[in-house]
Write a protein that binds this ligand. Structure first.
Ligand code: PDD
Length: 287
């Protein structure tokens, strides 16, 4: 099926979508993005993603190309047009193009940002095989830039990390800086010790996950203890459980870290419970 995608104000078939070869997103990774999940044809935590998008744009001196209401309507129209039941909406805003290549930003008065959006259908995402079996991770050094709180499209190193994991027969990589885990290639990282959920605190070192915020809130409501602090791979390997969170995989149990099996090598009860609570609550609030 040919998808309908959105490019700068127009809904077009995917093979007719066009942007300039001078677009700074293409030439300089000068752009930001968001990924919002869709369950039962509805958007999960749209507001959280929209607020983070606005923050990312502000941090890079870029403006919003449309209002939040318009953004919501485009999301909904794409979900409708592409009949998405379970899947994702991808959104990317770049600084656009003034028709040439230059390191300096073009004049924002005369250069309009590029807004591109498309859907990805992922039937079975809610009950994925990976979530039942858990995933295996390796650790790699975190060599990304210092503003990981901004959701930019500079994803080369995370992609390389995924490939390193694949090569090692694993599913993903956790990145480590100064001896402490920062985050996964495309998710936030957690360990569980007894009734305590431990995850790195918010700073410029990690992306401020929208799923993270929701899961931590729900964990507290379920009387679990949340400790926001850094942890090492060694501490993770001896913890009771480990898991990750992201808009595309929700709560994902981790069953192996650098070849060391977590517990019995199957998803732990806390990760399973948090996944259930998260999906349940998110479905109720989906719009
Ligand atoms: N990735 N950390 C990184 C580096 C990420 O790329 C992501 C999301 C997260 C989790 O954030 P959230 O809960 O808001 O999805 C943390 C998305 C899903 C992606 O790139 O596809």
């Amino acid at each position: 099926m040919t998808r309908t995608v959105y490019v700068n104000g127009a809904y077009v078939p995917e093979n007719e979508a066009q942007i300039s070869i001078f677009d700074r997103g293409f030439l300089m990774a000068d752009g930001v993005y968001e990924v919002t999940s869709v369950l039962g044809g509805k958007l999960i935590d749209f507001e959280g993603h929209a607020v983070r998008l606005e923050r990312s744009l502000n941090e890079l001196d870029m403006g919003m190309p449309c209002t939040m209401d318009e953004l919501l309507e485009i999301h909904r129209e794409l979900v409708r047009a592409n009949e998405i039941d379970e899947g994702l909406v991808y959104l990317q805003i770049t600084r656009g193009s003034d028709g040439d290549r230059d390191f300096a930003f073009p004049d924002p008065e005369t250069t309009v940002p590029t807004l591109v959006m498309f859907t990805q259908s992922k039937p079975g995402m809610m009950n994925s095989e990976a979530s039942k079996k858990g995933v295996k991770v390796i650790s790699i050094e975190d060599i990304r830039w210092g503003r990981r709180d901004i959701k930019t499209v500079q994803l080369l190193y995370p992609s390389m990390g995924k490939m390193m994991a694949k090569k090692a027969g694993c599913d993903d990589a956790w990145m480590v800086e100064d001896g402490f885990v920062t985050e996964g290639t495309s998710n936030n990282a957690y360990i569980v010790k007894g009734n305590k959920i431990i995850t790195r605190g918010l700073s410029n070192d990690i992306l401020h996950g929208i799923t993270r915020a929701a899961v931590l809130r729900m964990a507290k409501e379920a009387q679990m203890v949340v400790e926001e602090r850094s942890f090492t791979i060694e501490e993770a390997q001896t913890a009771d459980e480990a898991f990750t969170t992201s808009a595309s995989a929700f709560v994902m149990p981790v069953v192996e870290i650098d070849g060391v099996m977590m517990g019995k090598g199957t998803p732990g009860p806390v990760a399973k419970r948090l996944r259930e609570i998260y999906l349940d609550e998110s479905l109720k609030k989906a719009i």
